[in-house]
Design a binder for this molecule. Structure first.
Ligand code: DGJ
Length: 569
């Protein structure tokens, strides 16, 4: 019976994956796969009906990642990286590879760390997301080789409006772009050679938080000349604007917008060349503009990066960049949610490229799932002794990894099923807002109400003054729930610190809702559902209560027809 059920489940997953794949196409222009004999299909971002899946080994994959600290990209640091990734239960490690590291002397490449990293990732059964720290890292050229950093004539920095020279590279110089591209392509060729048959590396980030602080653009003659050029047709079409120069079309925004275009054009050149070498899914990350303050002065933001106001410019200019991703370091729930709304678009798969590692951010995994994200990658997950407080957690160690690790541990075995369901549009999710207000999830025939700060037993109206107090620690928002629809009546729930109650979406007086069954279970290492126990009685009478020990529930609901007393004998 158990075997039969397993076989059925496997067939169902295969069928689902096949159906989802049947009409899905690659996001970027189709290219011939690499000639090297590959044991597994190339990782690929696919799109269907405005939803996305990252295909790894031929099936949807949810990237449950941790990003190493910036200077953990050396063999000596790796023994302090893997234990944190193990505690996190991550399936992917995001690791920088720096230009200065692979091309210390111009034209002479050293891929020894890349080789070691890939080898050790395989030993730890973890995939890799490689972060290319090239001419921009947090807008800075600090990760370029010494021969680039110190040759300001060949690789010029940009100029500010007051005529002073900025710290940041100008995107207008062929010499910089060609040198950066040469190193980036060499890296991709090397990855293809060592990993083209295994696909341990599943994603590439080009540059890191490109742009410049303290200036809206490059005020050099080249930057001025661009501003006077006609805005390219692709940008105009995407933004539904009439013809004109950057200044004519965008007015006061023209400085920032033309700089974003120059950056996008630069990165597109690298992305296209990189994909021609080895077509890994490719993305850029952004140091966010305040999503709640459209009037944020441009000098106080990372100008030119793919911030929410210039996503269309990037989309029109850099088609080989598969997605533009937010780096989220503002824990306020309204801000986090607003940024996700900006980056979750039908033409842009949502990937949480970075997020703070304070426990407050763990619940946002559920918000990301609700936004059909392809992955979640909080920052600073290694034990090298660095902590980026106040952006992240003050102290750092296994206890701080735990709020993320408990969720990843539960989610990881079912991530492929979940990713397939998400690609099919069957997933919703929410996390606790800062004001702890309840939320409603529309499930068609049913609605789910998600509430926070409740005890496991009883109804809130029994104690409106909260005389019994609130559960320990619940003053800090930490709850979240995601729901995947398996059929019209059966749902998969994963949650933490939250209560979920179901009702009929519309009370017509003629129907009642009955919870048929609530199974607690888990997915095993092979991705098969394993039944652990049924919840009933106290465990279901007051809603389904998720504590700090998250669980997976399979819930079956039914609507029954109410009897009419007068018509009964
Ligand atoms: C965002 C950057 O992209 C990361 O590399 C890192 O510097 C964090 N900020 C801060 O620790």
């Amino acid at each position: 019976m158990g075997q039969e059920r397993k076989a059925r489940a496997k067939r169902a997953l295969l069928a689902l994956t096949f159906c989802l794949m049947a009409s899905a196409g690659p996001v970027w222009a189709a290219k011939a796969p690499p000639k090297a004999v590959s044991k597994t299909p190339m990782p690929q971002l696919v799109q269907k009906d405005g939803r996305y899946a990252l295909m790894v080994d031929g099936a949807p994959f949810f990237v449950l990642s941790g990003q190493a600290n910036n200077s953990s990209n050396y063999p000596a640091a790796l023994p302090k990286v893997w234990p944190a990734i193990a505690d996190l239960h991550a399936n992917t490690l995001a690791m920088p590879i720096a230009w200065e590291q692979i091309e210390p002397t111009e034209g002479h490449f050293d891929f020894s760390f890349v080789d070691e990293l890939v080898k050790q990732a395989r030993e730890h059964n973890v995939r890799l997301d490689i972060l290319w720290f090239g001419a921009w890292k947090n807008s800075n050229p600090n990760y370029t080789p010494d021969w680039v950093k110190t040759n300001n004539q060949r690789f010029p920095r940009l100029f500010k409006k007051d005529g002073s020279e900025s710290y940041a590279m100008s995107p207008h110089y062929d010499a910089t772009r060609e040198a950066d591209k040469k190193a980036y392509v060499a890296l991709l060729n090397h990855l293809k050679a060592i990993d083209g048959d295994r696909h341990t590396v599943i994603m590439m980030q080009i540059e890191n938080e490109v742009g410049v602080y303290g200036s809206a653009r490059d005020y050099s003659p080249k930057g001025d000349a661009l501003l006077a050029e006609q805005v390219p047709d692709a940008v105009l079409a995407k933004m539904h604007k009439p013809h004109g120069t950057w200044r004519e079309v965008f007015g006061d925004d023209a400085d920032e917008f033309s700089h974003a275009y120059a950056m996008a054009r630069y990165v597109e050149d690298l992305a296209a060349a990189g994909k021609a070498a080895y077509p890994l899914p490719t993305y850029m990350n952004d140091s966010l503009k305040d999503p709640l303050n459209p009037k944020q002065p441009v000098e106080t933001m990372d100008a030119g990066g793919p911030s929410y106001d210039v996503l269309d410019i990037y989309k029109a200019t850099a088609p080989h960049v598969d997605l533009l991703a937010p780096d989220l370091y503002t824990p306020a729930s309204n801000s986090y949610e607003a940024s996700l709304n900006f980056y979750h678009r039908s033409d842009n798969a949502l990937f949480i490229a970075e997020s703070g590692n304070n426990a407050l951010y763990a619940r946002y995994l559920f918000t990301a799932l609700g936004h059909q994200a392809i992955g979640f990658d909080p920052f600073g997950f290694d034990y090298t002794g660095y902590s980026n407080y106040p952006l992240g957690q003050k102290e750092w160690g296994p206890d701080q990894v735990k709020p993320f690790g408990t969720l990843y541990q539960l989610f990881e075995p079912m991530q492929r099923q979940w990713a397939a369901l998400s690609f099919a549009g069957q997933v919703q999710g929410v996390s606790e807002p800062d004001d702890h207000a309840s939320q409603t999830i529309d499930l068609g025939q049913w609605k789910a109400t998600v509430s926070y700060r409740l005890w496991q037993f009883g109804m809130p109206e029994w104690d409106p003054q909260h005389k019994a107090g609130y559960p320990d620690g619940s003053d800090v928002p930490s709850g979240g729930v995601a729901i995947a629809r398996l059929s019209d009546t059966t749902y998969l729930l994963i949650g933490v610190h939250a209560r979920v109650s179901f009702d009929l979406a519309h009370d017509d007086g003629k129907h009642g809702l009955q919870i048929v069954s609530v199974e607690e279970g888990h997915y095993d290492a092979k991705g098969q559902w394993v039944f652990d126990r049924r919840w009933n009685g106290d465990e279901t009478d007051y809603g389904l209560n998720f504590t700090g020990n998250p669980v997976v529930l399979k819930v079956t609901l039914a609507a029954y027809v109410k009897n009419n007393k007068d018509a009964m004998k």
